[in-house]
Design a protein around this ligand. Sequence first.
Ligand code: GDP
Ligand code: MG
Length: 444
Amino acid sequence: MFEGLSEKFQNVFSGMRKKGKLDESDIKVANREIKLALLEADVNFKVVKSFTKSVSERAKGEEVLKSLTPGQQYIKVVNEEMVKMLGGEDQKLEISKDKLNIFMMIGLQGAGKTTTAAKIANLLRKEASLSPLLVAADVYRPAAIEQLKILGKELNIPVYFDDASQNPVEIAKKAKEIATEKGHDLVIIDTAGRLQIDETLMQELSDIDQSIQPTEKLLVVDGMTGQESVNVSKTFDDKLGITGVVLTKLDGDTRGGAALSVAYTTQKPIVFIGTGEKLSDIESFYPDRMASRILGMGDVLSLIDKAQNMVDEEEARRMEEKIRNASFDLNDFLDQLHQLQKMGSISSLLEMMPGVNKKALAGLDMAATEKQMKRTEAIIFSMTPEEREKPDIINGSRRKRIANGSGTSVADVNRLLKGFEQSRKMMKQMGNMGKRKRGRMKLP
Ligand code: GDP
Ligand code: MG
């Protein structure tokens, strides 16, 4: 029985030989997977290329956590960099209670500007107690003004419009005056879009920008757009200096690659996401959730999370040192056992790993293995501290005492000690191997 357990330990420690730092070959293999995942999520191919290039540069020399394979370790780095790229900590709008907040909605036709203007007005009235005024500055399509009026009515939020005017700059200016007069502290200007970017539109938006100096210029991007989101966001940002991004239509099954494309291109925060056609369908943006959605590796990421939470890195270093010095004792053995238990049942952990043959897994008697772990624990608990540190002193009479104390047999105790001795030898060999590898890699 114990031999089986020590095999498990062997598996857990086999990562150790690879331990050290991520190297080119690890990264090359893992990078292929990541690139495919990103392209599948419709991240712009140029962004994929340059993002993975900079990530792999950072990853070189990264320590591999004991509990992860190099591939998983690389995914961990990619995920962290993506979260950072998407804005790190949650993004918030700059809102002031003391001055007039002016938001200008910008984006292509159909991106969701008008809907989002109304959603934001509603949200900030509720959550920031602002008093919003919606402004219809899309003068080219009568239906656009009508659409905003309907939304305003539905929300009971006033809408400023001027059917007779063809001048969005004048409309925006007038709206600003009226807002001050009537005591509004949030003005949201809905502007016109085009199916494609054109110079006239850019000039018009730039004129509005100059004349009313919005506090936020929010680029609205359809979350289902793929490759072209880079050009669109780059042009709008270059011309207008956007301050934030709203990504709409994330209620579909899109993986949301546009989020990475736009964030990477503009380096501007994504402030909200649209998650449906209803006016309440707007949410704060969470970089970590989005990164996991884009990578589409939820299982692997949660495995990484789990491993990372459970493995105390300090502890890992201490253990490695011990193995190298061959001072690994039964206390450490017990620690390792607990580490394994903390990580959840072995089978559930294995199930999460990609590439693990589920059929083979079903063949393993996990319950028996875990029961055996409990028994091992009981035996070690019955030893004195000295015995745990120096298992060599455990003679015949001590073995009998330990067996009695743990409710096991002398044969069980013998098996454990024999198995422990074997794994200690094995670890010592691995420690030496690790040393050689380190030497070759010119590491401290
Ligand atoms: P605009 O041309 O940029 O003003 O875009 P609209 O606000 O008129 O939106 C275009 C279409 O997209 C409308 O049918 C909206 O209902 C829809 N829409 C906007 N945001 C979302 C969203 O987050 N999810 C879904 N499913 N539809 C959205
Ligand atoms: Mg519109």
